[in-house]
Design a protein around this ligand. Structure first.
Ligand code: HEC
Ligand code: HEC
Ligand code: HEC
Length: 440
């Protein structure tokens, strides 16, 4: 069979060449695009691709940037593989016109007219400006080397695989106009608003979603914007509005800037999981002025009030000798459900880096788990993921690494450990301080 195919194929080869030439000519005809092959535009596009974090999704683990194939689990649907967006003629976007590229980014429609799943964050990209779309196009078509690589086929449940309902979804939910500047606000504010809402798509993770999985708010004028997102892939993106208790209203501008640039502020928060990736591939590589603009905007949006009454990063007290020696969190001795295993697991697995008392290393490289937003959060999703998967991030050539403990803990042990961590390093100070004083 294969032999026969070869024969047919070689017989058709000259025809194929002609055909290929034809495709070339057509592509050349339908694109005014080579006009955009300009060094300064490509350079701008390269920077915008960093801001848009295209690499994080469009690269498989250990693969060439932008060649796609990264598995993305989609709730209810199955697994989707990101597309090859290098300019390869056959497997990438090498024949795409500017209009087609624009339609994919801002309308969620692929070259062949099929609707893209919103795992590609076109709900946010819909607000990208015309000029930035051009620059991105110039970069991807003329500034990226083509890679011949076909992503694996999607594994989507057949009953749910029809893409046409997305047409309706798009019409209902996807913003139809690019970002519009607010003349009452400064240039810095407007730049920050544009980045946060559109290219840097913070809302895609940090804003809650409705029944149809649509974003509930697209900008600061709508209720709930950046007020905390759903759990995606095990991780929760917190409320990052200026509410002092549920959000990050208690953070200074410097702290927020440092977090966005490095993913680490000791005694406050570290970035693991998807946020770690956003910092590594995107935020840490953005210009100082763009980060400053985002900080300005983020600190100005309406606060979203949640259930927290004490900021997550202000919870907890260091463990005292009594806790350490007896292996039982203070004040919990009377809880019959608690076994002392949690504290012992902590001493065995975590204390070498995070300190016996939980305050981390002196230089802060190993962060304090007291006053730590992940330990102190209302829900324990991110704490669980951090323990299971660890943390890995490279910023400015420096690797930050915590090993994952998925293989070392069974479910019961994980629960004991988390109960200890949350009991000791996260309960509001006043609840722990009293028994601590009486125990001495
Ligand atoms: C959060 C993950 C994510 C990010 C960030 C992302 N993409 Fe995508 N993108 C996807 C996925 C997944 C698909 C495939 C969707 C589908 O098949 O329905 C896709 C599809 C595409 C397509 C359509 C390709 C085709 O062959 O149909 C283009 C073009 C594209 N992305 C460009 C970009 C650019 C440019 C950026 C950065 C500005 C970007 N994407 C950022 C996940 C992402
Ligand atoms: C792909 C999803 C995703 C995107 C996009 C994203 N974040 Fe996050 N973000 C998260 C997750 C998940 C966490 C929690 C990380 C952890 O606990 O280690 C987080 C944490 C944070 C925190 C720390 C909050 C705290 O109390 O610890 C800040 C601040 C933040 N993000 C700001 C932003 C900004 C600004 C943007 C856009 C430029 C953004 N994020 C884009 C998922 C995302
Ligand atoms: C080999 C040293 C090491 C060990 C052992 C270790 N950690 Fe970590 N931990 C780190 C480093 C490094 C970070 C990341 C610091 C950063 O992001 O800048 C971290 C971060 C964390 C965070 C914050 C994660 C986030 O996403 O916000 C938590 C929570 C945490 N560790 C808990 C634990 C627990 C619980 C254990 C024991 C099961 C443990 N660690 C064991 C080094 C370690």
């Amino acid at each position: 069979m294969r032999g026969l195919l070869l024969v047919v194929a070689s017989a058709l080869f000259p025809v194929a060449l002609l055909f290929a030439q034809e495709v070339w000519d057509q592509a050349a005809e339908s694109e005014v695009n080579t006009e955009l092959n300009r060094p300064e535009l490509i350079k701008r596009g390269r920077y915008l691709a960093i801001v848009g974090d295209c690499q994080a999704c469009h690269t498989r683990v250990g693969g060439t940037p932008f060649a796609g194939g990264r598995a993305m689990p989609i709730p209810l649907l199955g697994t989707l593989y990101s597309s090859n967006i290098t300019p390869d003629i056959n497997t990438g976007i090498g024949t795409w016109t500017l209009e087609e590229f624009d339609r994919a980014l801002r309308k969620g429609i692929g070259k062949d007219g099929r609707n893209l799943y919103p795992a590609m964050p076109y709900e946010s990209y819909a607000k990208i400006s015309d000029g930035d779309i051009q620059a991105l196009y110039a970069y991807f078509l003329f500034g990226v080397a083509p890679v011949h690589d076909t992503p694996p086929p999607n594994k989507i449940k057949r009953a749910l695989s029809a893409r046409w309902p997305l047409k309706i979804w798009n019409r209902l939910f996807v913003p139809s106009e690019p970002f519009e500047r607010d003349p009452r606000q400064s240039d810095t504010w407007n730049r920050g608003a544009y980045l946060v809402q559109a290219l840097a798509h913070c809302g895609a993770c940090h804003t809650s979603r409705g029944l149809a999985f649509q974003l509930k708010a697209y900008d600061e004028t709508e209720k709930g914007f950046l007020g905390g997102g759903p759990v995606l892939d095990g991780w929760e993106a917190y409320n990052i509005t200026p509410d002092p208790d549920s959000g990050i209203g208690a953070w200074s501008a410097e702290q927020l800037t440092q977090y966005l640039k490095t993913g680490h502020v000791n005694r406050l928060a570290q970035a693991g999981g998807p946020m770690g990736e956003a910092i590594q591939f995107s935020l840490s590589r953005m210009s100082d002025s763009d980060v400053a603009a985002m900080v300005t905007y983020l600190r100005s949006i309406p606060p979203v009030k949640g259930k927290a009454r004490i900021p997550r990063q202000q919870r907890g007290t260091p463990a005292t000798e009594v806790v350490i020696l007896r292996g039982t969190p203070l004040g919990e001795e009377r809880n019959p459900k608690l076994k002392p295993d949690g504290a012992r697991l902590y001493l065995g697995l975590c204390a070498s880096c995070h300190g016996v008392d939980g305050t981390g290393s002196k230089d802060g490289y190993y962060p304090s788990l007291v006053h730590n937003s992940t330990v102190g959060a209302e829900d324990d999703h991110n704490l669980r993921q951090a323990i299971l998967q660890g943390v890995r991030r490279t910023v400015d050539g420096e690797e930050i690494m915590m090993p994952g403990f998925a293989g070392a803990l069974n479910q019961d042990q994980l629960k004991q450990l988390m109960t200890y961590l949350r009991g000791q390093f996260a309960v509001p100070e006043n609840k722990v301080e009293k028994p601590a004083a009486s125990a001495r």
